[in-house]
Design a binder for this molecule. Structure first.
Ligand code: SF4
Ligand code: SF4
Length: 412
């Protein structure tokens, strides 16, 4: 039978578009991480509020108590919905087409290929098979502890949380996460998508869902010339050339195998019923589904890229403050990233009172409490305890001597 070659142009375009989407998301989220650390007011949400795994971590609390666990925001739940939307149709397409940590690993993978002149190492098959289960243990372990205790235990070990704190003043707090990040990136230089294959809990969760996805990679055995270019292209080492349908939970929907195949209509992304989509169309559809769900979340108030102010979080009506006799500000909402200015706006405490008692001039009241504390020695915990006092016993608060109330600190 005559072999009809698949034209190269559309295959190359599909690869470039997928890499471009990954690069744009990576750069965008890196800038957001930087601005979150650098800005005091109008800052973007932190990593916990912008990670779909956070949505999974808070699910138990959301269903049982109707509340979101501390540090997570509704934005994470919306992102989880967006990721699930893409997974129902296109398997682990979040991993292969959107995830910034995946993008970072692919970048280091490319660097590794250059340094090793295209060679890739392989882990012995029996070791690799067992090691792939590790990510399910990570998923089960961290989720069950988080659901039981409502604390984000994964935070200290999470390479992505560490990455988003690269420019933070508390870099040392994430030392273990930086270790995992370094191991993932060096590992990816040698083995492709090292963290995705062995340790990512989000990938493990999506792998379980991907079993039921509508679109999968299918191979036409009749036209296949057994060149094995697809096997060579697959970053997660699936033997595409010997499968009819890729049902593996490891498949990240990157479609590198499809774009590598030189024979027309031999590897395709299709449904069981024969509905086919080109790799380029898959990338477009994944981005469209993801964006649609996020916009829907945004329109219904569930997704916000910027952090709410203290007044907004406390439910103080616009233009009012708690001194007007309205909502009393819950001081648990005062964090290291809260500014003194936000406190004065939400509570009505005059800026001059802050200056008189703590010696913090108005110009520095736009600093986050954690930053102001290094200059003026008032820890976020003390600030929180003093605001509590001001709301309950104003005379005692006005006569307050700094350093005599020491509240517990909880940071961003
Ligand atoms: S099987 Fe194909 S689509 Fe799946 S991960 Fe491998 S190369 Fe990507
Ligand atoms: S790339 Fe894979 S599916 Fe395509 S012809 Fe070669 S072995 Fe067959």
């Amino acid at each position: 039978m005559a072999i009809e070659r698949s034209p190269k142009g559309p295959r190359t375009t599909a690869r470039i578009v997928r890499w471009s989407v990954l690069a744009v998301v990576l750069v965008g989220i890196t800038v957001i991480g930087y601005l979150h650390q650098a800005l005091a007011i109008g800052k973007p949400q932190g990593v916990d509020a912008l990670c779909p795994f956070g949505g999974l971590e808070t699910l138990a609390s959301l269903f049982v108590n109707g509340t979101i666990i501390r540090k997570i925001a509704m934005s994470s739940v919306v992102l989880l919905a967006a990721v699930l939307g893409t997974a129902v149709v296109f398997r682990r397409s979040f991993c292969g087409q959107i995830c910034p940590l995946g993008a970072l690993q692919e970048g280091f993978g490319g660097l590794g290929r250059k340094l090793m002149r295209g060679k890739r190492l392989t882990i012995p098959a029996p070791v690799d098979r067992v090691a792939r289960f590790l990510k399910y243990g990570v998923l089960l372990g961290f989720l069950s502890i988080t659901w039981a205790t409502s604390t984000l235990v994964i935070r200290a070990y999470d390479p992505w949380v560490a990455y988003m704190h690269l420019t933070s003043a508390e870099v040392a707090e994430y030392a273990f996460g930086f270790g995992v990040l370094a191991a993932s990136l060096v590992g990816s230089m040698l083995y492709d998508r090292f963290f995705c294959k062995y340790a990512c809990p989000m990938g493990a969760f999506l792998g379980l869902i991907s079993r039921f996805s509508l679109f999968k990679v299918r191979r036409n055995a009749e036209t296949c010339i057994d060149c094995k270019l697809c096997d060579h292209a697959c970053p997660v080492n699936i033997e595409v050339s010997s499968a009819e349908v890729i049902n593996s939970a490891e498949c990240i929907d990157c479609n590198e195998c499809v774009t590598a195949c030189p024979v027309k209509d031999t590897l395709e992304v299709s449904t069981k019923g024969g509905k086919r989509l080109s790799p380029l169309a898959v990338t477009g559809a994944v981005v469209a589904i993801f964006t649609f769900v996020v916009l829907l979340g945004s329109a219904t108030g569930g997704f916000s890229i910027t952090m709410p102010s203290l007044a907004q979080e406390a439910g103080v009506p616009t233009g009012e403050n708690s001194s007007d006799g309205g909502v009393v500000v819950d001081t648990a909402l005062i964090r290291g990233s809260t500014t003194w200015k936000e406190i004065t706006e939400a509570t009505g405490i005059p800026a001059e009172t802050i200056t008189d008692i703590f010696g913090i001039p108005a110009v520095d009241q736009t600093l986050a409490l954690k930053d102001a504390s290094t200059i003026y020695g008032v820890s976020p915990g003390e600030a929180r305890a003093w605001v509590e006092l001001w709301q309950t016993d104003r005379a005692a608060a006005e006569a307050y001597v700094p350093g005599t109330l020491l509240g517990e600190d909880h940071e961003e």
